[in-house]
Write a protein that binds this ligand. Structure first.
Ligand code: FRU
Length: 482
């Protein structure tokens, strides 16, 4: 560890101490989601299960609630529910990462944990440089930077970042999010036998490749993995225009289903599908655990989407991680469900097996408050719209007439405007809602669609009410979560 590293770490810990009370006093602090101790958290990084323990790192700016020279913060857990916060894993202390230890991934090799990340550098003329850096860890808690292992290949601008590494056959492969010299989004593939020497094989997918035409100017945070017999590619493209109810956030996160052709260095894929229909979701990353599950964390935030207006900023922190989600592929679609372990948080179960919703708003004892889960199951398709009002601030609406599921909330920018996000849903069979002080996650039809968002209701508002335009028979269950 160099002197600069020590100084940066000390300064970061000082910042945590200085603002601890202010941060902790925030009523919008979350009960069961991962957050930064102070400052700004963004992408999940280096997600891995190592020696039986889940490690999740995160992009962290300790010094302000804006973006800057990122550190890697570090959490671990044995069950994906209870997490321990650790010492800083990486600080932007070297010439090759002085403007940020940007996003990356983890892999195990010969009993050691290896991290790959992007060293972000701005030179004296504010020109960007990008280096892919290797880090070694014997124990998973102390880290040694091994230096730059990938220099920028010729074909791209310096928007070349977020390495995700996996093993296939005898080789290690790395995908990197990239921008071509024509300023189009691409994903680059590299190959190595030993994790140190890397060969650039070329772009495997991108705008103007295969069936894809114009598809944004930069692809961030790529992740490619095999699941249920398909090769799934997750990424966060920038520069996609809104199209009706699609792509309504500034940047998207979504996936293709396809086949990775290692021989011809091509990823052949179907159409792009947004992973989340809510307001805040970006830069997700997955890992495979020892139960064979593909688990995903996303950033419960979006870059440059009115970040400075989140009310938590007054309390010196911003953003969180989503809940961990287990992925599956069914009928060409990615399903996402909260990992089973989250059921450990359930307390005080209430069950209403025979509810008839009608035009009168109904509340149910035990289904109200700030930190809870509830689940609604329909016996048959409703004939009128179902509406759930949440804490007088957000609402969930399913309209069978136009087969549309909607999440609306009051904007945190002006505290007045009602904003909506939608998805098309042929039928509504069930959904689960997780509320945690200032977040909402909705999992519809066993994970077919997900909505994730921040919400900032009045602290005193705890009520949740249900109604339906036409009588609808439903089953309701609910739990406090802690
Ligand atoms: C995505 C991203 C990555 C980058 C990191 C910097 O949110 O922009 O592309 O590595 O955040 O914090």
């Amino acid at each position: 560890m160099n002197d600069r590293d020590k100084q940066l770490r000390e300064a970061a810990y000082k910042e945590v101490e200085k603002h601890k009370a202010t941060v902790e006093e925030d009523p919008f602090r979350l009960g069961y989601h991962l957050m930064p101790p102070v400052g700004l958290l963004n992408d999940p990084n280096g997600f891995i299960q190592f020696n039986g323990v889940y490690h999740l790192f995160y992009q962290w700016n300790p010094f302000s609630t804006g973006h800057g020279a990122k550190f890697w913060g570090h959490y671990t857990s044995e069950d994906l529910v209870h997490w321990e916060h650790h010492e800083i894993a990486l600080a932007p202390s070297d010439w090759f990462d002085k403007n940020g230890c940007y996003s990356g991934s983890a892999i195990e090799h010969d009993g050691k944990m290896y991290l790959f990340y992007t060293g972000n550098v701005k030179d004296e003329n504010n020109q960007r440089e990008s280096y892919q850096v290797l880090v070694e860890s014997r124990d998973g808690y102390t880290f040694e930077k091994k230096g730059v292992v990938v220099e920028l290949p010729d074909d791209y601008t310096a928007h070349f970042r977020d390495p995700k590494v996996w093993k296939h056959g005898e080789y290690y492969y790395m995908v990197v999010g990239a921008q071509s010299k024509e300023l189009t989004g691409k994903v680059a593939l590299l190959r190595s036998i030993d994790l140190y020497e890397w060969e650039h094989l070329g772009a495997i997918a991108g705008a103007d490749m295969g069936s894809l035409e114009d598809f944004g100017y930069m692809w961030e945070c790529p992740d490619l993995f095999e699941l249920d017999g398909e090769d799934v590619f997750i990424f966060s493209p920038q520069g996609i225009e809104a199209d009706g109810i699609l792509y309504n956030n500034i940047y998207q996160a979504g996936y293709f289903i396809g086949k990775m052709d290692y021989e011809n260095v091509r990823y052949n894929h179907g159409e792009f599908i947004e992973m989340d229909r809510g307001f805040e979701f970006y830069a997700p990353q997955t890992t495979l655990d020892d139960k064979g599950r593909r688990i995903l964390f996303g950033w419960l935030g979006i870059p440059e989407e009115r970040e400075e207006d989140h009310p938590t900023i007054e309390h010196k922190w911003i953003h969180a991680m989503t809940l961990p989600r287990e992925l599956r592929v069914r009928d060409g679609k990615l399903l996402q469900l909260p990992v089973d372990e989250l059921k450990k948080l359930r307390r005080d179960e209430v069950s209403y097996p025979d509810v008839v919703l009608n035009e009168t708003e109904q509340a149910f004892v035990g289904i109200e408050g700030e930190r809870l889960e509830f689940e609604l199951e329909l016996e048959k398709q409703p004939s009128g719209p179902i509406t759930i009002e949440l804490r007088n601030h957000a609402s969930i609406i399913y309209s069978p007439e136009n087969k549309r599921f909607t999440l609306s909330r009051i904007s945190f920018v002006d505290g007045k405007t009602i904003e909506e996000r939608h998805c098309q849903l042929e039928e509504l069979r069930n959904f689960r809602v997780f509320l945690d002080s200032s977040t909402i996650e909705i999992f519809i039809n066993d994970g077919e669609e997900v909505f994730t968002a921040r919400i900032y209701p009045d602290i005193e508002e705890k009520s949740i009410t249900f109604k339906s335009g036409q009588a609808a028979s439903v089953q309701l269950r609910g739990w406090m979560l802690y």
